[in-house]
Write a new protein. Structure first.
Length: 472
């Protein structure tokens, strides 16, 4: 018999901060990243042009053929028909017949070290949202913005706040509204952009935290608490929903068949006819979903976990994470014990149904991977998630929007990003083939421009090699 929920929580509470998702720079202790970063420091950055390039502007479906895209001072300055002659003083990036699209955003990950930033860049990821903030990560955010550290633009959510008792024993907790308000005040003072809540929070505490967050101009995002449920979480004002949590219990008539079921929801028939009402409720609340299908797909029993650990991309995963992901001991062991292949396959299908229904009903989606959770590597998993969203029924253009236009809309960053148009941040990815035909064409990039800085494939490969050597 699978573990009971009490046993599940008891086991997860034994996990220390040192092993929980490797969420902090301290978990990379003993690895020096100066050598990893040195090859990617800022270079002279003249005005540049991509000429005779095919532009996927992401402001509408389709391709602008044979264009010139001019970049200067970190911004796109012009998009126009290709130039017959490049003006003096402008550096041309070889792009004839290639495809140029906006950089991608991973809107749910957990950075383990600055080296993750290089792996992300090498995969065309130019914006990230870290969902378990620390002061170290705030420092990385500032360093990247100042140009002293290479990496995607970083947005950092607060440290995770759970109820009492927490799912993991090292999470911050708020058992009263007063405690919740105090934590929000602290997060605002520290400079976090979002308040991250978790699975055991109580309703009164969530309401208090949302109200206080609004006073600070912050939004509350995170897990739909099991103690609250989807509808009440939305009524309380939570605007970001991670992993599709909260939908599954409202789509079934029987109790959850195994502990942690809402985290992967498989093995139980669902009532699909209920989904339009849930979509309408989500839309009315103005909430966004970040499905992280790739992470939920990797909630697997020990044998499948062992196979995932043998993939070549594991050499780009922080050693602390690889140790924590050990299939024999990680927190998935009690949750997934005894799960059948049929239940896992049904869970995969149901998650795609929920994500597709939300999209079809107009409820906005964000691409996120939960990189840092078991078996989910940074960077490469973004491309897996794009394919997952296509499996859920999104057209390649729509899937790409979740990692470009939608991410920019949700973040409201300045300067804006996510499109190729004058005034947009020059976060660009150069590709050999058209990703609107197949999202698999979004990798590997021929080069990546981040905030106007051009990184060719040779430099990107050098970054990956340096990370591999540092992590060996």
């Amino acid at each position: 018999m699978p573990a009971t929920m009490d046993r599940w929580r008891g086991l997860t509470r034994r996990i220390s901060r040192r092993t929980l998702l490797a969420r902090g720079a301290g978990l990379a202790a003993g690895i020096t990243f100066g050598g990893v970063l040195s090859g990617a420091q800022a270079r002279p950055n003249p005005a540049r042009v991509f000429n005779h390039v095919n532009v996927i502007a992401m402001d509408r479906p389709g391709v602008l053929w044979d264009q010139a895209v001019l970049v200067a001072d970190g911004l796109v300055r012009a998009v126009a028909p290709a130039m017959a002659r490049i003006p003096e003083g402008i550096v041309s990036i070889p792009a004839d017949g290639r495809f140029l699209m906006p950089g991608l955003a991973d809107m749910h990950l957990h950075l383990a070290s600055p080296a993750d930033l290089l792996v992300l860049l090498a995969n065309g990821v130019t914006t990230v949202r870290d969902m378990s903030g620390t002061r170290d990560k705030l420092a990385w955010e500032r360093a990247v913005a100042a140009g002293s550290m290479p990496g995607p633009t970083i947005h950092v959510a607060s440290p995770i706040v759970d109820g009492v008792p927490p799912v993991f024993d090292d999470l911050l907790t708020a058992s009263t509204p007063a405690t919740g308000r105090s934590l929000v005040d602290r997060f605002a003072a520290d400079g976090y952009e979002f308040v991250k809540v978790y699975s055991e929070l109580r309703y009164a505490v969530l309401v208090a935290m949302v109200e206080r967050a609004r006073l600070h101009g912050l939004r509350v995002v995170g897990h739909c608490s099991e103690k609250i449920g989807l509808v009440r979480a939305l009524l309380a004002g939570q605007v970001g929903l991670e992993h599709l949590y909260g939908y599954a219990p409202l789509l079934v008539d029987q109790p959850a068949p195994w502990s942690g079921w809402d985290y992967a929801f498989g093995g139980v028939p669902i009532r699909e006819e209920r989904m339009p009402g849930l979509v309408a409720t989500t839309l009315a609340a103005g909430a966004w979903n970040c499905p992280t299908l790739v992470a939920l797909d990797r909630w697997v029993p020990q044998p499948q976990g062992a196979a995932l650990m043998q993939r070549g991309v594991m050499r780009y995963v922080a050693p602390a994470n690889r140790r924590w992901w050990d299939p024999a001991t990680n927190f998935l062991v009690p949750a997934m014990a005894g799960q059948t292949d049929a239940a896992l396959a049904q869970g995969r299908q149901v998650r795609r149904f929920v994500a597709g229904a939300l999209h079809d009903g107009g409820a906005p989606l964000l691409l996120g991977t939960d990189a840092g959770s078991p078996y989910v590597e940074p960077g490469f998993s973004v491309h897996t998630e794009l394919a997952n969203l296509v499996e859920a029924g999104l057209h390649p253009y729509e899937a790409l929007r979740t990692a470009t236009v939608a991410a920019a809309s949700f973040l409201g960053a300045a300067p804006p990003f996510g499109r190729i148009a004058p005034g947009q941040r020059a976060d660009l990815v150069l590709l050999d083939a058209n990703p609107l035909d197949d999202v698999a064409n979004a990798r590997p990039p021929l080069g990546v421009m981040v905030r106007g800085q051009w990184l060719d494939r040779g430099l990107l490969d050098g970054m990956l090699l340096a990370v591999e050597r540092a992590y060996a």
